[in-house]
Design a protein around this ligand. Structure first.
Ligand code: PMP
Length: 350
């Protein structure tokens, strides 16, 4: 007997962005990581947690991540009962699906956006529906009332970079019978977010990550902000020790060092503006971005050719073979020097 559920045996599985083993020798602009290190307070907090002999690692971490919840609650202006911490926002996206969408029930998301929602739903045996985008970046054919269990809205959108106006997100909240999950992985680089909608609409949930704006992709830290009833349900189904001791120490230190956070965020946004102007002067079409990356197409609309040219020069960007996206590249914003080298390479590639 094949012990695997047929749906699992047959599913394709998600392929994350490539992480080269010799990472330091690349200019790595393919997974929207932060080019700067995390706050120096993060290293201090990790070392303090480790102590001289790492003895605390003998013991389990806090199961409720209460210090992190308090730090996040203070930052976003909520009671801690509205916050759940996660081992990367991927974990909480998974648990939202596990909590709300059973076998045969429907979830939906926008294509193109973060296709991992589909993988997570498939694992649960849930049905997946996708909605396309109109030319002016609204959702095509969204029903007057959407009756699926969850609708995932990535804003700012990845890979395209645009953000939906808040008034539109609010309108969608009123049209969803189930949860509207606003995936704000990139919202720290944007000047608006849906935090206020969580307070006003019981079906709105926000997910955030510390992977991008806090430069902590390697620690796996994310969170969701939602009504206490939803948080309580998510709390029941997560791994009970979902965040290790070092991640918990790092998280509190990072969230509390807002001066450092803002300084680095502003640097990334300034570099993005510089890079966009320079790309345009090379004849690239660049979509306006509210994230730490841009989606850009070369004049011949052959994204793969430019990807290969950059790859040969050890510059890694993201090319998607999907026909909707194949004409362009998603390029994460690195340091100013990295972007200048990338521009130099693009001039050579032509
Ligand atoms: N949502 C979006 C839109 C993303 O791009 C990513 C990262 N690729 C995630 C969620 C997951 O982030 P993490 O698990 O690192 O917090």
């Amino acid at each position: 007997m094949n012990p695997l559920r047929p749906s699992i045996a047959n599913m394709a599985g998600y392929v994350p962005g490539f992480q080269p083993p010799d990472i330091a020798s690349w200019i790595k602009l393919n997974t929207n990581e932060n080019p700067y290190p995390p706050s120096p307070k993060v290293k201090e907090a990790i070392l303090a947690e480790l102590g001289d002999d790492a003895a605390l690692l003998r013991t389990y971490p806090s199961a409720s991540s209460e210090k992190l919840r308090e730090a996040a609650a203070a930052l976003y202006g909520f009671d801690p009962s509205w916050i759940i911490m996660a081992n990367g926002s991927d974990e909480v996206l998974n648990n939202l699906i596990r909590a709300c969408a059973g076998e045969g029930e429907e979830i939906a998301y926008v294509h193109p956006s973060y296709s991992y929602y589909a993988t997570l739903a498939e694992i649960q045996g849930a049905k997946v529906r996708t909605f396309g985008l109109t030319d002016d970046f609204r959702i095509a054919d969204f029903p007057e009332r959407y009756s699926g269990r969850l609708f995932f809205l990535t804003t700012p959108n990845s890979p395209l970079g645009f953000a939906f106006p808040l008034s539109y997100v609010e309108e969608l909240a009123t049209r969803c019978d189930g949860l509207l999950v606003v995936d704000e992985a990139y919202a720290d680089f944007n000047d608006c977010n849906a935090l206020d909608l969580v307070r006003r609409y019981p079906n709105v949930v926000i997910t955030r990550t510390l992977s991008k704006s806090y430069a902590l992709a390697g620690m796996r830290l994310g969170l969701a902000i939602a009504r206490p009833e939803i948080v309580a349900a998510l709390d029941k189904i997560r791994d009970h020790y979902n965040l290790d001791r070092l991640a918990q120490a790092a998280c509190v230190a990072a969230l509390q060092d807002q001066d450092y956070f803002k300084k680095r965020r502003d640097q990334v946004v300034a570099t993005r503006k510089f890079f966009v102007t320079e790309l345009q002067s090379l004849g690239y079409t660049v979509l306006e971005s509210a994230g730490n990356f841009v989606f850009a197409s070369p004049p011949d609309r052959n994204g793969r050719r430019v990807y290969d040219g950059l790859y040969a020069r050890k510059i890694l960007v993201r090319h998607f073979s999907d026909p909707l996206l194949a004409h362009g590249l998603r390029i994460s914003i690195g340091t100013r020097e990295e972007m200048e080298q990338t521009l130099g390479a693009l001039r050579e590639i032509g």
